[in-house]
Ligand binder design. Structure first.
Ligand code: NDP
Length: 449
C-alpha cells in the first residue's frame, strides 16, 4: 500500500517490518493512516507528540497455551491471545473470537479497529481484542465448557472490571461468556462486570444480544435519511452470515420496512424472495446451531445454494455484510454495483477489502464503515458496564433508546468530521478522523507512555 504523505508512509512501513506477514493488521493500519493525511497537516502538535507511532504499537500483546482434555480423554492444545491495544480513554474493551483462522494478525487488526470504534461510541472504553484458534464446530457441550475454562484460567490474571473487559465475537456467544465468567469468578473470588454479553440473570444487559444488528440498521437508516432522504422502506436487502449480528440485522431491517431476501453461513446461502422469516432463521441458527440449508427445507419457496459467496449474486438495494473479514472483494463489489446497490454498511469487522471500498466510493454507493456502523454492540456492552457499576438494570426499551441515540450521534459525528477535514461524504475518513482526534488528545495529555 502506498500512502501519499511521506511521514505516514514511514509509520506504515515500520508496522509492516515490525509485524512480518500479518496482512490483516497491515491492511487495517494502512486504511486508517491513509485517512490521517488532512489531520497531519492541521495538527502538528499530535505529530510532535509521537502519537501516531505509539498508536500503531499495542500497549501489550499476550499469547498463551490453552491445554484441555477432549471427550475421548486426549489432551488438546490451542493458542490463546489477548491484545491490550490502547487504554488512553478507558479500560481495554473488545470481544473474544474462537475460530480456526485466529492468529496474531487477526487479533491485532481487530484490536486496532476497536480503539476507534470504542472512541466513536462516546463511552469511556479503550481498545482490546482476544481469541483462540479453537474451532467450536462439532464440539460437545462438555468440550466447549472445558475449553472456555482453560482459556480463562490464563486470561483472568490480565483482565478486570477496571482494567480490561472482554465480550463475545465469532464463536463466542452467551454460552461461552457464561462458562468464562464462572471460571473468572471461581479463581478471582469476585462477582464483577469483568465480561459483557453475560446472561440476564447474572448481570447481562437487555438488548445486548440484539445490539450490533439493531445498531447497524439504525446507522444505515440515518445514513439513508441524511444522504439520500430515503429509508429501508420497500428496499431489497442482502445480509451475509446468520450469526448474532446478521440475525438481528435481519430482524430490524425487516421491522424498518426492508425485505431481506438472502442470508448465508460458512457452508452456503439461502434466497427467499418473500423475505427471510426471522423466527425460522433464528430457530435454525441460534437455537439449533444447524446449517443454513435447514431453512430452505422448512420454508416453501426458499432456495439453498452450497456456496457462501453466491449470496452477493442476487439483486439488492442495501447490502449488509455481517459474516467475516474480507468477504467482499473487488469482484463481488463490481457485481453489487452492476446490480444497482445503493448502500453498503459493514456489520462484520473489515468485511470489505480496500479495493472493494474504492469501487463503492467511485460509483457513488453510500458506504458505512464497520468502526461506525457496527459500534452498537460495544456501545451496549458499555451500557452493561454502567448497569453493573450501578448494580441496577434498565428495561429493553431504555437500552434500545440509548443505543439508537448513540448510533444516530455516531453517524453525525462521522459525517461532520469528514466535512471539516475536506472529505465530505467519505464516512471511512470521517470515522477514522473523529475517533483518532479523541484518542490522540488523550494520549498527548497523558504524556509519553
Ligand atoms: P457469529 O459467530 O455469531 O456468526 C458468524 C457468522 O458468519 C456465522 O453465520 C458464520 O457461519 C459466518 N461465517 C464465519 N466465517 C465465514 C466465512 N469465512 N464465510 C462465510 N460465512 C462465515 O459471529 P458474530 O455475528 O458475533 O460476528 C460476525 C462479525 O461481526 C465478525 O466480523 C465480528 O467481529 C463482528 N462483530 C460482532 C459483534 C458482536 O456483538 N457479536 C460486534 C461488532 C462486530 P457458520 O454458522 O457456518 O459458522
Amino acid at each position: 500500500m502506498q500512502i501519499k504523505n511521506p511521514y505516514l508512509q514511514s509509520v506504515y512501513e515500520t508496522v509492516v517490518n515490525r509485524n512480518p506477514g500479518e496482512k490483516e493488521f497491515h491492511q487495517a493500519v494502512g486504511e486508517v493512516l491513509e485517512s490521517f493525511e488532512p489531520v497531519v497537516e492541521k495538527r502538528p502538535d499530535i505529530v510532535g507528540a509521537g502519537v501516531i507511532e505509539r498508536l500503531v504499537e499495542p500497549e501489550r500483546f499476550i499469547q498463551f497455551r490453552v491445554a484441555w482434555v477432549d471427550d475421548a480423554g486426549r489432551v488438546q492444545v490451542n493458542r490463546g491471545y489477548r491484545v491490550q491495544f490502547n487504554s488512553a480513554i478507558g479500560p481495554y474493551k473488545g470481544g473474544i473470537r474462537f475460530h480456526p483462522t485466529v492468529n496474531a494478525s487477526v487479533i491485532k487488526f481487530l484490536g486496532f479497529e476497536q480503539i476507534f470504534k470504542n472512541a466513536l461510541t462516546g463511552l469511556p472504553m479503550g481498545g482490546g481484542k482476544g481469541g483462540a484458534d479453537f474451532d467450536p464446530k462439532g464440539k460437545s457441550e462438555g468440550e466447549i465448557m472445558r475449553f472456555c475454562q482453560a482459556y480463562m484460567t490464563e486470561l483472568y490474571r490480565h483482565i478486570g472490571a477496571d482494567t480490561d473487559v472482554p465480550a463475545g465475537d465469532i464463536g463466542v456467544g452467551a454460552r461461552e461468556i457464561g462458562y468464562m465468567f464462572g471460571q473468572y469468578k471461581r479463581i478471582a473470588n469476585e462477582f464483577t462486570g469483568v465480561l459483557t454479553g453475560k446472561g440476564i440473570s447474572y448481570g447481562g444487559s437487555l438488548a445486548r444480544t440484539e445490539a450490533t444488528g439493531f445498531g447497524l440498521c439504525y446507522f444505515t437508516q440515518e445514513m439513508l435519511a441524511s444522504m439520500k432522504n430515503d429509508s429501508f422502506i420497500d428496499k431489497t436487502v442482502i445480509i451475509s452470515g446468520s450469526g448474532n449480528v446478521a440475525l438481528y440485522a435481519c430482524k430490524k431491517a425487516t421491522e424498518l420496512g426492508g425485505r431481506v431476501v438472502a442470508m448465508s453461513d460458512s457452508t452456503g446461502c439461502v434466497y427467499d424472495k418473500n423475505g427471510i422469516n426471522f423466527e425460522v432463521m433464528r430457530q435454525v441458527k441460534e437455537v439449533e446451531r444447524a446449517r443454513i440449508s435447514e431453512y430452505a427445507k422448512r420454508v416453501p419457496g426458499a432456495e439453498y445454494v452450497p456456496n457462501s459467496r453466491a449470496v452477493w449474486e442476487y439483486k439488492c438495494d442495501i447490502a449488509l455484510p455481517c459474516a467475516t473479514q474480507n468477504e467482499i472483494d473487488a469482484e463481488i463489489a463490481t457485481t453489487l454495483v452492476k446490480n444497482g446497490v445503493m448502500a453498503v454498511c459493514e456489520g462484520a469487522n473489515m468485511p470489505c477489502t480496500i479495493e472493494a471500498v474504492e469501487i463503492f466510493q467511485k460509483n457513488g454507493v453510500l458506504f458505512g464503515p464497520a468502526k461506525a456502523a457496527n459500534a452498537g454492540g460495544v456501545a451496549t456492552s458499555g451500557l452493561e458496564m454502567t448497569q453493573n457499576s450501578m448494580r441496577m438494570f434498565w428495561s429493553f426499551g431504555e437500552v434500545d433508546t440509548k443505543l439508537k441515540d448513540i448510533m444516530v450521534n455516531i453517524y453525525h459525528t462521522v459525517e461532520n468530521a469528514a466535512k471539516e477535514y475536506g472529505r465530505e461524504g467519505n464516512l471511512v475518513a470521517g470515522a477514522n478522523i473523529a475517533a483518532f482526534l479523541k484518542v490522540a488528545d488523550a494520549m498527548k495529555w497523558q504524556g509519553v507512555y
